[in-house]
Write a protein that binds this ligand. Structure first.
Ligand code: GDP
Length: 140
């Protein structure tokens, strides 16, 4: 059994529609435990830094604008195989391609406004957690 930590963001389309509880309920039902959580409004600089790996992609500007269009909830999730489990419950990037029962299939609005972010590797999870949380803010 491998207990892992991964990083999640409930995106502005979800906070706007008052779905933070609905998303968290689906994460918890998938066996993930929220061990840190805070609602923040990212600055442009913070969002650009967070998505720096995507800066050459054509949608980078739009993505950053979307991520600062409203508050988000940043979370650390803990559980067995948490990184992969979270990616599974999130569903495909484009909600049109996501499996039934996944967060994006059930709740997302579009390929951009797709309700949740989740780290795609353990290495990225560690970097992303450290980008938003101090160690003492994570209580397992
Ligand atoms: P993820 O790991 O499933 O979130 O997907 P990616 O790492 O490929 O993309 C990061 C985020 O960029 C996605 O979650 C979307 O919010 C956004 N995104 C991805 N593809 C597109 C696209 O083709 N157009 C736009 N506008 N946004 C996109």
């Amino acid at each position: 059994m491998t207990t892992e930590r991964t990083f999640s963001i409930i995106k502005p389309d979800a906070t706007r529609r008052n779905l933070t509880g609905a998303v968290t309920k689906m994460l918890e039902a998938a066996g993930l435990r929220v061990v840190a959580s805070k609602r923040i409004h990212m600055t442009q600089e913070q969002a650009e830094g967070f998505y720096a790996v995507h800066k050459e992609r054509p949608f980078f500007g739009e993505l950053v604008s979307f991520m600062i269009s409203g508050p988000v909830v940043v979370q650390v999730l803990e559980g067995e195989n948490a990184m992969a489990r979270n990616r599974e419950v999130m569903g495909a990037t484009n909600p049109a391609n996501a499996e039934p029962g996944t967060i994006r299939k059930e709740l997302a609005e579009s390929i951009e406004a797709n309700t949740v972010h989740g780290s795609d590797s353990l290495e990225n999870a560690a970097t992303e957690i450290a980008y938003f949380f101090k160690p003492e803010e994570i209580v397992g």
